[in-house]
Design a protein around this ligand. Structure first.
Ligand SMILES: Cc1ncc(COP(=O)(O)O)c(C=O)c1O
Length: 201
């Protein structure tokens, strides 16, 4: 039986050229990048090269790029990291009702730790309303987390505008980019001491 696969947003084959590069590091250059001997140093060079390439795609500095095991780990690390590091300033977080469970469950966990979370509705087109977002910002808001592209309905959120609003109110902005980075390009622009971030096709 021939299978037609339409669920590439769930998981998709790795591009040939990516696979080729990765196989080297999964095979003959499999050293631990923290090791001091040559195989480890070579793996470390590969990792730093990858870091530079990601930074150049994002228009940020290589030392601002962190690799994790996957999307859920990244969301967890970013949201909990920002929440706990800023809990002295405030404990209010804004997100949307249509985030991936990796974000929703992390926010629910934080609620059990005493944080307050506002879950924004989306409009009939599946988009977060900027006015609604502005209205929910409070003096103790420390984080706005809105996904770039939704994993079920594919809607693209206005993350450039949201990141500008966050900057205006001196609030940290996080975006879950799992569904975006395969299809869209990101661009970070340094604006004072903060980045604003945009995506395009
Ligand atoms: C929008 C979004 N965020 C987070 C995740 C979780 O990523 P991972 O499966 O790599 O943990 C997914 C997975 O499909 C996703 O679509």
């Amino acid at each position: 039986m021939k299978i037609k696969y339409f669920d590439h947003a769930a998981t998709t084959p790795v591009k040939e050229e990516v696979l080729e590069e990765m196989l080297t590091f999964l095979g003959e250059k499999c050293g631990n990048p923290s090791s001091l001997y040559s195989l480890g140093r070579e793996a470390k060079r590969g990792m730093e090269e990858a870091r530079k390439r990601v930074a150049s795609l994002m228009n940020c500095e290589p030392n601002e790029v962190y690799f994790t095991g996957g999307g859920s780990e990244s969301d967890n690390m970013a949201i909990k990291g920002i929440a706990y590091a800023n809990s002295g300033k405030g404990r209010h977080i804004i997100t949307s009702k249509i985030e991936h469970p990796a974000v929703l469950h992390t926010c629910q966990k934080l609620e059990r730790k005493g944080f307050k979370v506002t879950y924004l509705d989306v409009n009939k087109n599946g988009i977060v309303e900027l006015e609604e977002l502005r209205r929910t910002i409070r003096n103790d808001t420390i984080l706005i987390s809105i996904m770039s592209v939704n994993n079920e309905i594919g809607t693209i959120q206005p993350i450039y505008e949201i990141s500008q609003i966050a900057k205006m109110y001196n609030i940290i902005f996080h975006t879950d980019g799992v569904q975006a980075c395969r299809t869209y390009s990101y661009r970070c622009e340094k604006n004072g001491d903060r980045y604003v971030i945009s995506i395009w096709t």
